[in-house]
Write a protein that binds this ligand. Sequence first.
Ligand code: NAP
Length: 238
Amino acid sequence: MKTVLITGASRGIGEQIARAFSTNGYNVIINYNKSEERAKKLGEELNAPIFKADVSKFDQAKALVDFAVEKFGKIDVLVNNAGIALPQKVLQEVTEEEFDNIVAVNLKSTFNCSKLVIDLMISNGGGSIINISSIWGQVGASCEAVYSMTKAGVIGFTKSMAQELALSNIRVNAVAPGFIKTDMNAHLSNEDIDDFLQCVPLNRIGSTEEVAQAVLFLASDQASYITGHVLNVNGGMN
Ligand code: NAP
């Protein structure tokens, strides 16, 4: 049985990724940071262990990976999903503290968890790492410059790690969602959403399930010749 470690799996896209992998027969490790009740509920639903860790902190990410190995002996798939956005604002209003925080959560966590699983995957004969980027990391967004910067960074990291780890039989890919209805964008009004949909050829917002299925595919043997790829799940935006 394969094991998947999903960061930020207490809510939103990560929660649905956990469900998709569980349904497909994986051992699932659910990481959360603040949403303990949500994580507990999901853990009970999926009969999966949960572990609190702020994955932007190396020592906590290490404790998470150690926990996964203790539970299941190996990690076959890592999904670097944990992420935050800042309130939308012009760059002059972004504080240094906000910058440091979003870079830590969106980028350093991906570095931390990837670094920590690589030797485990190598000794296990291979594995798959999937990083969650965003459409904004590809095309940029006004008033979301730092978020976009982190998500573009995820793509650069994905492509580099894919090259570095190919001979170790570790595939590294990214999923770049468009607008997916979660807590992250719950503050947007229906009017904001309608405006946004003007740029979405499929003319609707996406579901967490649609992102989860893309992640599941990239982790599967059906994607065995795919590495360094960014899979868009965005309704046709470009
Ligand atoms: P969400 O509903 O706000 O959920 C964020 C998740 O990340 C929560 O489970 C949260 O856990 C976790 N998290 C945040 N900081 C963490 C930390 N330091 N350590 C561990 N976990 C942490 O957001 P979402 O929409 O599902 O977003 C998931 C990913 O998709 C993010 O990387 C986001 O950038 C990306 N994305 C989202 C969209 C979209 O439209 N929603 C579009 C493109 C990309 P706790 O609540 O337990 O702290």
